[in-house]
Design a protein around this ligand. Structure first.
Ligand code: BGC
Length: 369
């Protein structure tokens, strides 16, 4: 009798354990794993919020992890998500080359890989790329400077780039240079802080074909997407510049965070009478800078649209359909089929319109640090 009771008890315990395990793994089941670069830049928090909303609406379970600027954290994030049996990995790489190791693992586990915003290079283990049209971001920045100094000549131009580990930095710069190169050749602008670009006056550079040349040029003007680096580089450029290189100047800044840092350095120099500076991301703090006349423009990349476009893609991939590709990007290993989302230029006037239309909220802009 005792033995029977013990048997019944242990069976009951086993069943309880099995139920707990099952509900645990149900809780842990995640359809889509998302890995983003860092929580330290507002841009990526916007993406996180947009993703949660879009994927929830579409009925997918998802988990977002941040790499905090480190490729080894990125790899362990991907491993943790693979443990949860994700079906699709959406990844915005910290470092275009280093992320290869992470996506190779995902592909080996049968998971579909979507590069989000930043292309991962040198590996075939990427199925798709969802991105804003980054070339047009650069064109918009370059063209803004050209239009702002219409009919002027000899305007001092300072140029800065994103991190050379980010493939986008090459595309943004190639886009900007595709229009600025002519303005430099025509004498509208004189580049002040980048001797490496001297041979390319009047010559466009291609982000894919001229990758090495661009890597050398960008290496001398990189902010590494870091505000402190951006500020000290701008300060060093100003220390090296003579009076003729100051006055009314144009500044190509690659994104909002670096634009604010560079703008602060230029405003602190009494010999700079005025400046026109670009940005991108429509971060609240930069919208405030634009309203205060401290930043001239930003390129707004609507993360809600990008997340929705990713969601549609995830849907297709999960149904084993071949999603439609509007473009391809070569990642040095294959031509990656891509979806591209358009961008919007926002200056002071456009911002006022967007606030009136309810797209941006003045209270949020006022609250920005
Ligand atoms: C993104 C930008 C962002 C930058 C720094 C780029 O890859 O496209 O929107 O400002 O990274 O995080």
């Amino acid at each position: 009798m005792k033995k029977i009771l013990a048997l019944i008890l242990s069976l009951a315990m086993l069943t309880a354990m099995a139920v707990t395990l099952a509900s645990c793994s149900e809780e842990e089941a995640v359809d889509v794993g998302i890995v983003l670069p860092t929580k330290e830049e507002p841009r990526w928090l916007q993406d996180e919020a947009s993703f949660k909303e879009a994927l929830d609406k579409a009925g997918f379970t998802s988990e977002v992890l941040f790499s905090q600027g480190k490729s080894d954290v990125e790899l362990s994030n991907v491993e943790a998500l693979l443990e949860k049996n994700i079906k699709v990995l959406v990844i915005c790489a910290q470092d275009a080359t280093a992320a290869g190791a992470a996506v190779n693992k995902a592909q080996a586990a049968g998971v579909k890989v979507v590069c989000y915003d930043r292309l991962i290079t040198g590996t075939e283990a990427v199925d798709y790329y969802v991105t804003f049209n980054s070339f047009s971001v650069g064109v918009a920045q370059g063209q803004y400077l050209i239009d702002a100094y219409k009919d002027k000549t000899g305007v001092p131009l300072y140029i800065y780039s994103g991190a050379v580990t980010d493939n986008n930095a090459f595309i943004f710069f190639a886009g900007a240079w595709s229009v600025l190169n002519k303005a430099v050749a025509d004498g509208q602008f004189v580049v002040q802080n980048c001797p490496a670009i001297a041979d390319y006056s009047g010559k466009a550079l291609d982000a894919e074909k001229d990758h090495e040349t661009l890597a050398n040029i960008l290496g001398t003007i990189t902010t590494n997407w870091d505000f402190a680096t951006a500020k000290s580089l701008a300060e060093a450029n100003l220390v090296a510049a003579n009076a003729e290189a100051k006055g009314d100047v144009a500044i190509l800044a690659p994104n909002d965070g670096t634009a604010r840092a560079i703008a602060d350095a230029f405003s602190a120099d009494a010999a700079v009478t005025s400046y026109v500076i670009t940005g991108q991301d429509a971060e609240m703090a930069s919208l405030k800078y634009i309203q205060d006349g401290k930043q001239s423009m930003t390129v707004w990349k609507d993360t809600a649209t990008l997340a929705t476009s990713t969601c549609d893609l995830v849907n297709a991939l999960l149904k084993d359909e071949t999603p439609e590709a509007v473009a391809t990007y070569n990642n040095q290993a294959k031509d990656v089929p891509s979806a591209e989302v358009a961008v919007t230029v926002v200056d002071k006037d456009k911002l006022a319109e967007l606030i009136a239309a309810g797209t941006f909220d003045q209270a949020k802009i006022d609250a920005a640090k």
